[in-house]
Design a protein around this ligand. Structure first.
Ligand SMILES: Cc1cc2nc3c(=O)[nH]c(=O)nc-3n(C[C@H](O)[C@H](O)[C@H](O)COP(=O)(O)OP(=O)(O)OC[C@H]3O[C@@H](n4cnc5c(N)ncnc54)[C@H](O)[C@@H]3O)c2cc1C
Length: 303
């Protein structure tokens, strides 16, 4: 059995990861407010309605997940908070930041991780005979399509008696500024590869020609070339466009973690080994300064 803690819409990506790892195996989603996942899982274990808090979930999941299970979590701040301690409590292996699987041989899981900001792929072998807690990098696996008629099982009673020291106070949304990129269907997003602030004009021309909104990676905000509300990523906005152009963006998990909903992702990067190409629908190996004016012209001509 594979358990997936469904903290957000990465649950559907984890469902695909589970199918890749153990095709045909029963998969179970556990979470709060997760009834809408019934079309994607064999079972959905509902914990009731509360703000997911790793301190509370650790003993809770230890109590209800059978030992020897495989647990998949998103590799984000939530998964990183929950995963290591949960693996200790379950007596299971901990395999963080997985971007792919090479298969399973006996009780050995062969997983792929990235190191040095994605420049190197590490193929790790891990003994999962006593189960495993695996965190999966966001944006690597496509979201699952609805294919199940799952059964909803109420596990809310398990919460009683667990009193965490942390408590949820309030959720403060980031300011959206003059543009709300979270609501845009087409985003032209620029990264450090643009090189110079003056070159931003090339990106602005393209986004204007496409009728798209301008977004960016964190270094562009750190350099104060664009405002914070345009930053995509784990410490910026979470976006759900239909089309996403990643221009001179390497594809860090902090950036990809902010892109949801499996958009059509076009990546332009001069480095053919840039990790962004692993997440891209279409990749173009080119220098932005040469490529952008040509693309903008083509877009204008097509219109
Ligand atoms: C706690 C934490 C939170 C973070 N949150 C975020 C976040 O929310 N969002 C975010 O984006 N990052 C975030 N980061 C930073 C993240 O780790 C990366 O450093 C960042 O995403 C890299 O941005 P980049 O891809 O634009 O730059 P780089 O990684 O420097 O990549 C630039 C890319 O441009 C390419 N390039 C260079 N020149 C050209 C050219 N002329 N033409 C074409 N391609 C070219 C290069 O090959 C390279 O792949 C966070 C980091 C931490 C530690």
């Amino acid at each position: 059995m594979i358990f997936i803690y469904a903290s957000d819409d990465t649950a559907l990506e984890l469902a695909t990861a589970a199918e890749t790892l153990f095709p045909g195996e029963k998969r179970i989603a556990i979470g709060t407010k997760c009834n809408e996942l019934l079309a994607y899982f064999d079972e959905v274990w509902s914990l009731g309605e509360f703000y997911p808090n790793a301190e509370l979930l650790r003993p809770l999941l230890t109590a209800i997940v059978p030992s020897g299970s495989i647990v998949l979590l998103p590799h984000n701040t939530f998964g990183l908070d929950l995963g290591p301690g949960l693996s200790v409590k379950l007596g299971a292996a901990y395999v963080p930041d997985v971007v792919g699987f090479d298969g399973i041989e006996g009780a050995t899981l062969k997983a792929v991780r990235q190191e040095y900001a994605g420049q190197v792929s590490a193929h790790v072998h891990c003994d999962i005979s006593r189960g495993a807690v695996i965190t999966i990098r966001s944006g690597i696996f496509r979201a699952a399509e609805p294919s199940k008629t799952g059964q909803l099982i109420d596990h809310s009673a398990a919460v009683a008696g667990i009193t965490p020291r942390r408590r949820f106070v309030e959720l403060i949304q980031a300011e959206s500024g003059d543009v709300d990129i979270t609501k845009e269907e087409v985003l032209v997003s620029v990264g450090r590869g643009i090189g110079d602030k003056e070159n931003l004009a090339l990106v602005e021309e393209l986004s204007e020609a496409m009728g798209a909104a301008l977004a960016c990676s964190r270094p562009i905000v750190d350099a104060k070339w664009l405002d914070k509300p345009r930053q995509v990523g784990t410490s910026g906005q979470t976006v759900k466009p239909k089309v996403y152009l990643a221009l001179g963006i390497s594809g860090s998990f902090q950036h990809l973690g902010g892109i949801k909903g499996n958009p059509f992702l076009l990546a332009v990067n001069k480095n053919p080994k840039a990790p962004i190409f692993q997440a891209a629908s279409v990749g173009v190996v080119a220098d932005l300064v040469e490529f952008l004016p040509v693309l903008t012209e083509k877009v204008r001509a097509a219109k």
